[in-house]
Design a protein. Structure first.
Length: 498
């Protein structure tokens, strides 16, 4: 068992990578589904073990082939990426469990095995981006996750899904190109691709013109993947046209990994001094984050489709994360990481509710949801629960991260920023109320027939919705881990022993 545990970092990526072609060969949906769920739960178990190890003060380093840095490839796990690994694998395990039944209604018949194969490939890329200690492997894994994401989005039944995937492909390719150019410039100045080695060598050249240009390319490239305002154009169509289960997975994981990358490059490689004092990236990021919070929320208010409403809401929530980074403090970065954890739960639950609505009504138009509170009381109760968390009502996970962000702003005497966070939350009340009004206060069309979604879909929905309440009352885990991660990023970039 100890020998097996030693290889956990490699198995974290290897299991879904091997599982993807196996699902393709299995063909039968039931077998592919069971295999995918088993793989995702195994990844969650591994990531939990890794998180426990690093919380004990250990930095987990796995050297492939026994080659030490900078000559070999290594996986490196510290508190920051261990937290993100847990988020990704947990959401994957829960969301993929909802596949059977729902997939047949949202994905063209006969293509379900393609969904599971692409889903595991996407999981491989996201986990690989998070765990690798090599900057070029970051690019490789990011493209694996992106290419499989395009396939997952294009599996939607409507032809609009193809155009949404194509739009995402164009923007994703531009972002990846910017990132690759930035990595190339960093390699030119340091002669290494290992993150730890590169972080050391950058200290001697981090104010040269080449590195300043590299910062610009890297930040723009990652921001495109993260959908930072105004580079968010791909996100609303991608999330709204994809099958609901795909939207639930991508909304809860893909942008969270991109935010992790932004932190890793800005603080772990370039360093806080270069990013905040020399370049002053916070001067640019802060107003863009504030605009995202309001533009995303206002756009969500006017949507007529449930999934599209949630997509624009995600733009606003990304604004909260980047606002934490733009505060240029440990408290701000910790608040952003807390919101990464909490938003994954909230948005995953809401998109799974959208999957329940699709199963029941065949559409996610808000007009078609009239009276669903009587028809699907359990699913709609999950909608209200996760909606309250998205608003930031006390007693929910959303309140914990927004309160942490407000406190971080007040620590900097930024009263106006604290006010903006609370004001944007009021806008969230408006668009969540539109859903509640349609579900509970509008008269249903036709005869009321109480018919819930299948338990295989309803249980994962309530696992995530219930988690938003649990971590609202028992928030110490997320808060403590995020605080430790932020302190580690600011102190040594990549952790002790670097």
């Amino acid at each position: 068992m100890n020998d097996l545990a030693f290889h956990f970092p490699a198995l974290q990526v290897l299991l879904p990578l091997i599982g993807a072609p196996v699902c393709f060969l299995l063909r039968r949906e039931a077998l592919a589904s069971a295999f995918t769920v088993a793989i995702s739960f195994a990844c969650f178990a591994i990531s939990t073990v890794l998180l426990c190890q690093v919380l004990g003060g250990e930095i987990v380093v796995y050297e492939f082939g026994g080659w030490s840095r900078p000559f070999g490839i290594e996986y490196r796990v510290d508190i920051t990426n261990a937290l993100v690994l847990v988020v990704i694998s947990f959401v994957a395990a829960v969301v993929f469990s909802a596949g059977p039944g729902q997939a047949r209604r949202a994905i063209p018949e006969g293509r379900e095995y393609l969904f599971y194969s692409a889903a595991l490939l996407c999981l491989t890329g996201l986990l690989g981006v998070t765990i690798t200690g090599d900057v070029f492997n970051v690019f490789v894994f990011l493209e694996i996750s992106s290419l499989s994401s395009y396939i997952l989005i294009a599996l939607g039944r409507e032809r609009r899904a193809i155009m949404a995937a194509f739009s995402y492909l164009i923007m994703g390719t531009i972002g990846a190109t910017f990132l690759l150019i930035g990595i190339g410039l960093m390699y030119q100045m340091t002669g290494t691709l290992n993150m730890v080695d590169m972080a050391h060598r950058l200290q001697a050249v981090n104010e040269t013109r080449t590195i300043l240009v590299a910062v610009a390319f890297v930040v723009v490239g990652i921001s495109t993947k993260l959908a930072v305002f105004p580079l968010h154009q791909w996100l609303p169509n991608a999330y709204s046209e994809a099958p609901p289960i795909v939207s639930a997975f991508l909304a809860s994981t893909a942008t969270k990994v991109a935010y992790y990358l932004l932190l890793r490059f800005c603080l772990g490689l370039f360093g806080a001094k270069l990013i905040f004092e020399t370049i002053g990236i916070d001067t640019l990021l802060l107003p863009l984050s504030a605009l995202a919070m309001f533009v995303g929320s206002i756009a969500a208010i006017y949507q007529t489709d449930f999934k599209r409403l949630l997509a624009y809401s995600s733009i606003a929530q990304i604004g909260y994360m980047t606002l934490g980074l733009s505060l240029a403090t440990e408290a701000g970065v910790a608040a952003g990481l807390i919101h990464v954890f909490n938003h994954a739960l909230m948005k995953g639950a809401l998109f799974l509710v959208a999957a329940c609505v699709t199963w029941r009504m065949g559409s996610t138009k808000i007009a078609s949801m009239r009276g669903l509170g009587q028809r699907m009381p359990l699913a709609m109760a999950a909608l209200v629960t996760a909606g309250l968390a998205l608003i930031g009502v006390p007693g929910t996970a959303g309140f914990v991260s927004k309160w942490a962000l407000v406190r971080a702003a007040l620590d900097q005497d930024a009263l106006f920023l604290a006010f903006l966070v609370m004001a944007s939350s009021v806008l969230a009340v408006v668009y969540i109320w539109r859903l509640v009004e349609a579900v509970y206060f509008a008269e249903p069309d036709g005869e009321v027939e109480k018919k819930e979604a299948p338990l295989r879909l309803l249980i994962p929905t309530w696992i995530l919705a219930g988690a938003t309440i649990y971590f609202g009352f028992f928030s110490s885990f997320a808060v403590e881990v995020a605080n430790l991660a932020a302190a580690q990023l600011f102190a040594t970039g990549l952790g002790a022993g670097m």
